[in-house]
Design a protein around this ligand. Structure first.
Ligand SMILES: Cc1cc2nc3c(=O)[nH]c(=O)nc-3n(C[C@H](O)[C@H](O)[C@H](O)COP(=O)(O)OP(=O)(O)OC[C@H]3O[C@@H](n4cnc5c(N)ncnc54)[C@H](O)[C@@H]3O)c2cc1C
Length: 320
């Protein structure tokens, strides 16, 4: 690939990162056949909100050794990189992401090894798959992960949680890769995590985690899963979204605030404040990132002006 800003595929004003062509050429030679390298990869189809432009370069390393090679080479060439999981907590701007996006989507990162009551899960494992395996083995306590549409890697970064449970409460150990490509495994207690964030994974790539379940019958797990699913789908829209857009301020849940401001159903272009849950913005199929960002700003302004509340986004906004 040559990073050619004059190409008809490149939207006006977008310049791919100047070293990305060198990085692509290097990686195509250096990586094993199990890795995938793609130039100008759409991120809309890799995020649950389904908006946003492309990444200059997207790589799915075949295994840890290839991943180490990717980060070392990107650092050597000065190409910025970031990791994307299932893209369920990310809003990509319409101009896309300059530099490299790494996705741990290859089979080597999606392995679950069970030694009951422990489950060792790669970063690419979907949370639904983790919770299904726990149910099969009769391990309770991990049901809360079932309806969260992300990966283990994203759950570690976000300390994802629901129904009063959080990822880090269920973890024994965490495996990670530093920005120099070195791999380490640590007890989870050695890594500080807070509500919906674990800053350790800003710098380090999550490779996986060892989760601890509580032995019980598969039937009990199934009953809890059914109950949580029922509650989730009664309170959450089915249309494409990025989950909760705002963090809950201390004074009032963000969804209730949006509801009280009368903003449910408000639309900008193809982006709509959900009628089901005020803290969700859904894509009617035609939305652009600009529409969603416009709606976010409108809600923030109304919350500030009418209620004195400063809303902070929970969804991560990336790209240009
Ligand atoms: C319908 C819906 C419902 C949701 N419900 C919940 C809920 O109940 N509770 C909740 O907590 N969240 C919820 N979310 C948000 C989201 O699913 C979680 O935050 C999830 O953990 C994100 O995982 P992901 O793989 O999609 O990560 P992404 O969205 O791809 O990435 C999120 C962040 O994690 C980083 N990241 C991803 N993988 C790695 C890795 N391997 N190493 C280092 N950093 C990484 C990314 O760079 C980014 O900063 C919901 C989202 C949707 C769309």
């Amino acid at each position: 690939m040559s990073p050619d800003a004059a190409s008809p595929e490149v939207p006006a004003g977008i310049r791919v990162h100047p070293r990305v062509g060198d990085l692509e050429a290097t990686l195509r030679l250096a990586l094993s056949g199990e890795s995938l390298v793609r130039a100008k990869e759409s991120l809309a189809r890799r995020t649950t909100l389904r908006v946003g432009g492309w990444a200059d370069l997207l790589v799915e390393p075949g295994h840890e050794a290839d991943l180490a090679c990717v980060v070392v080479e990107a650092n050597r060439l000065g190409v910025p990189w970031r990791v994307l999981g299932r893209g369920s907590n990310v809003l990509v701007r319409d101009g896309g992401v300059r530099g490299l996006v790494i996705v741990l989507g290859r089979p080597a990162f999606a392995v679950i090894e069970a030694a009951s009551p422990l489950l060792r899960c790669g970063a690419g494992v979907r949370l639904n798959a983790l919770s299904a395996e726990a149910r099969r083995l009769g391990l309770g306590g991990l049901e809360f992960l079932a309806g969260i549409p992300g990966t283990v890697g994203g759950a570690l970064r976000m300390n994802a949680g629901a129904w009063n449970a959080m990822t880090f409460e269920k973890l024994e150990a965490v495996r990670s890769m530093g920005p120099d490509g070195s791999v380490m495994e640590q007890p989870s207690g050695a890594i500080p995590a807070a509500y919906r964030r674990c800053d350790f994974f800003r710098e380090n790539i999550a490779l996986g985690g060892v989760f601890r379940g509580e032995p019980c019958s598969s039937r009990e797990v199934e009953a809890r899963l059914d109950e949580l699913n029922r509650r989730r789908w009664a309170t959450q829209p089915a249309a494409p979204s990025a989950g909760c857009i705002f963090k809950n301020p201390s004074v009032i849940p963000a969804g209730r605030l949006v509801d009280e401001l009368g903003l449910k159903g408000t639309r900008i272009g193809g982006a709509v404040v959900s009628d089901v849950h005020g803290n969700f913005i859904v894509n009617d199929g035609q939305a652009t990132a600009r529409d969603v960002l416009g709606l976010i700003e409108l809600i923030r302004r109304r919350a500030r002006e009418e209620r004195g509340v400063e809303l902070e986004t929970e969804v991560e906004i990336i790209g240009e």
